[in-house]
Ligand binder design. Sequence first.
Ligand code: NAD
Ligand code: TYD
Length: 378
Amino acid sequence: MASRNILITGGAGFIGSHVVRLFVNKYPDYNIINLDNLTYAGNLANLSDIENAPNYKFVKADIADLDEMRQIIRENKIDGVIHLAAESHVDRSIKDPFVFARTNVMGTLALLQAAKEYWDSLPDKYENKLFYHISTDEVYGALELTNPEGVPAPFTTKASSKDDMAYGTEFFVETTKYNPHSPYSASKASSDHFVRAYHDTYGMPTLVTNCSNNYGPYQFPEKLIPLFINNIRHRKPLPVYGKGENVRDWLFVEDHARAIDLIFHKGKVAETYNIGGFNEWKNIDLIKVVISTVDRLLGNPEGYSQDLITYVTDRPGHDMRYAIDSRKLQKELGWEPSLQFEEGIEKTVKWYLEHEDWLQNVTSGEYQKYYDSMYADR
Ligand code: NAD
Ligand code: TYD
């Protein structure tokens, strides 16, 4: 296999750490450069198992610093970029939208420009180069809950739950018009447009994928699943926004990382691929599965932690339903998820229960103060 120099941004975060690990282990001939500025969400402990690998290097830098991006891309002779670095939490974007515009929009633009300048300076220019941008299904906006009780899902994959349901008739496809509602999704939508504009205007080889909600090990415990596992463990309230009826489509993070690997190597330039497992859950149903899994694994009686459920004021502009149609990726590139949801949740809960030290480490200090202030007004 030919050697390549691949820059993975946001590799110290949740999804990025799984992508870095997969590439470092699977491609010993590639040089993997993990670029991350270690915000509250970035943690090098996520990669302690591969930190000494000969094909791995970590660089601490801010993607919004254009000069630094130019230097890093040139010095490392980067020929492929897999861009995951971002501010990623909707609730934070509601409190402070500016940092989302800075990192997600200006940061992506700086990376695009730095890669373009370096590739333009080479004799073979854009040949065997790729700028792969990781985005979210949230840019498409919200789907309606036309079947609030749920009907059997029209499409399934291995990721689908045993009792898989769909809560509406529409799904996000690659041609669905962008209609973001939160400052987070607005910033991701804007960055997606810049990535496509660099292809359409300058001919730069770019590609975008939009994935549904991920879950699994190393997710920062401000997101629903790890937050609730941690709170159940410590007998803290579980803040359910609104009536808990919003629907999300969940994919195990390693299946997302495998899709990124496949698309990076086999995806068509300028295309968009949606990634998801046809695995829709109403928040309140998902929360009950998480509670019963944690209780069972801790040896608590069935229903022990149900009383922790606390309905709180809804998130402003809370998108009702996300549901991804990933048939293009399945048909064109043969991707399919490897894990059924019930297995994925079991694995995830076990991981958090066995990594109390990791949770303690990332939730101490500043983060805890921030978390307490978030819920003071709900
Ligand atoms: P995360 O918040 O866990 O990690 C983000 C990483 O980016 C962190 O390591 C952080 O330190 C780094 N970072 C932030 N600002 C930076 C900057 N200015 N310069 C350099 N590094 C910076 O996020 P995640 O959940 O792993 O998401 C990764 C990507 O996948 C994001 O682009 C997100 O929009 C997208 N995505 C996430 C999900 C999901 O369910 N988590 C679903 C679809 C798409
Ligand atoms: P989250 O994990 O923040 O992901 P996203 O908003 O990107 O989908 O939230 C998942 C769902 O859970 C979303 O509908 C909001 C809801 N939620 C709660 O009800 N309580 C919480 O404390 C959190 C963090 C989320």
